[in-house]
Structures are given as C-alpha cells and as structure tokens.
Design a binder for this molecule. Structure first.
Ligand SMILES: O=P(O)(O)OC[C@H]1O[C@H](O)[C@H](O)[C@@H](O)[C@@H]1O
Length: 290
C-alpha cells in the first residue's frame, strides 16, 4: 500500500524512496522528501515552521498551503467576507482515493461548499486537488469546477515554502518582468520592472510577478529545483526577512532564514469561470542534478 490514511493526514510513499505527507486540513502538503538524480538519499524539500499549528486551529505556516478563492486580503467585491488567502487552506478536505503507475503515486482530495463557507462566499463549486509523487518530482493540480447557476471570479495559488537558506537562494528567470511590490508603502509606486535575472531575497521580498514565464529555477549552493506551471500566469516571491519574520507568531526563531516562498498562481486580476466549466492550475516541482 503506497498511501496510508492516518486520522489527520495521508502518507504517500514512492517505491523509489520519495515520500510526501498531506494534511486533510487545507490539503496542505506538509512534507516532500526526495533525492536528486545524482544523490538518491531522500531530503526534505519543504519548510514547515516547528511552531506551526497542525491541529486545524489556523493555516499551516509552511509546506504548500492552497490559496483559493482570493489571494492576500480580499479585493473583489464578492470576496469581502473572506479572510486572507481565502478558505481552502483552512477547510478540511476529503480524501478521494489514489492511483498508482510504475512512475507515479497520485492522491486526490476534494472540497465542496459547507454552510460556514457559504456564508462567506455564496457560490457552489467543486474543488479537486491532485498530488502526484514521482521519484524526483511533486506535482499539484487544483481543479475548480463551477457548479453555481452563474459565473464566478476567483484567484488561486500554491504557496510553496521551499526549504532553502534565504541568504543564498535565487529565483530565475525574472528579468524584465513587471511585478507588484507589496512592500512598497505607496500604492502608485508598487508596479516595478525587475532588472535582475536571478532574484535574491537578501532584503525582505513580497513581489507578485505578472505574466511570468511559468518555468522557474530555484537555486542555492549546489541545489536546483525547477518549477513548471500551467494556467498559473503569476508568481509571488516572498520572504519576510529577519525583522518582520520575528513578528510572525507561528514562525520558529530564525525561521525566516530557512525558506523562500515561490508561489505560482493566478492572482493579478481574477479568473472568471463560467457555469459548469472547470479550470485547472498545475505545477511540477523537480529536483535537478547540477
Ligand atoms: O501570513 P499568511 O497569511 O500565511 O501570508 C503569508 C504571505 O503570503 C503571501 O506570500 C503574501 O504575498 C504575503 O503578503 C503574505 O505575508
């Protein structure tokens, strides 16, 4: 059996040694251990704060929280009752089974509206989250189906906390891409053009790159992870930095220096989904040999 269902999570093991754990709360990927094509020893690739709450009392500080149907604090008139990053990351998802091929173990989770969600966002929808584990890859797909009688607008994002030393890691290629700098105090100055190709987070970063290339390389000292995406036109690069990081209540001491968030999403503007239609956002994170 490659998938073990525990009370609060799924533990998925690949015959070639990689593994992943998915908390039903938020469908949050909590762990992804994978070797590289050069060194087969499985290594944890995601950062989860040791002080994160995993009991469903608040979204997990780390792993891969799923952001839907709004990113950040709501800005769309239909989203005003929602909390930061929406409800997907703090709702309990249902396990919907797994499939297995020689190369991949794939698990499915689903989420539909509940009375509590309905009071915040009165739409009818069906979400399916598909997590596919390969020998050196982890893919996540979010399927959003509109089961309402009218179109609705949403944003979606995979909030990947990549385990990496913040002082050394870079994300590329981002040169000549326009980004929305959330750390810039004045709204009218927030849209900027990135001049660097490999962007670091030596200073605090909260930058939403618009219409980026959907293929990113996250690199530091002998490590390379590739992220390829589909239908996720934007990517946010976030690291709180030392000062603001110390103020995040569920961030472990010094935790700001152990992660970089590289968050593919559809978050600049909104995707309008017609009645009965399904939208799929996809990412694959691969461990590369260098
Ligand atoms: O603290 P959270 O609600 O989990 O959000 C953590 C971060 O998520 C994204 O990266 C946003 O761009 C940031 O502005 C935010 O601080």
């Amino acid at each position: 059996m490659q998938v073990e269902q525990l009370q609060d999570r799924l533990v998925v093991k690949h015959p070639k040694g990689s593994s992943t754990e998915i908390l039903l709360y938020g469908a949050t990927v909590l762990s992804w251990k994978s070797g590289s094509p050069k060194d087969h020893t499985p290594v944890e690739r995601l950062f989860v704060s040791s002080t994160a709450s995993l009991d469903g009392s608040k979204p997990v500080r780390g792993g891969i929280p799923v952001v839907f149907p709004c990113f950040g604090s709501p800005s769309h008139p239909d989203h005003m009752k929602l909390g930061q990053h929406g409800f997907a990351r703090n709702s309990v998802w249902k396990y919907d089974g797994y499939t297995e091929t020689p190369d991949f173990v794939t698990v499915r989770l689903t989420l539909e509206s509940t009375p509590a969600i309905h009071t915040l966002w009165p739409k009818s929808f069906h979400l399916t989250y598909v997590v596919e584990l390969g020998e050196h890859t982890l893919s996540t797909d979010l399927h959003v189906k509109n089961t309402s009688a009218a179109p609705f607008d949403f944003q979606a994002l995979f909030h990947n906390y990549i385990r990496a030393p913040a002082k050394e890691v870079t994300v590329s290629p981002l040169q000549n891409i326009t980004y929305y700098d959330k750390n810039e105090p004045k709204e009218e100055r927030r849209l900027k053009l990135q001049s660097k190709n490999a962007v670091d987070v030596l200073n605090p970063s909260d930058a939403v790159y618009e219409n980026a290339g959907q293929h990113y390389t996250v690199a530091w000292r002998g490590n390379v992870l590739d992220i390829t995406t589909h239908n996720l036109k934007d990517v946010t690069v976030w690291n709180a930095g030392e000062k603001a990081g110390a103020k995040i209540v569920d961030m472990e001491p010094g935790g700001w220096d152990r992660y970089i968030c590289v968050e593919p999403g559809y978050v600049r503007g909104f995707y309008r989904l017609g009645v009965g239609e399904t939208w799929v956002g996809h990412q694959t994170i691969s461990v590369k040999t260098i």
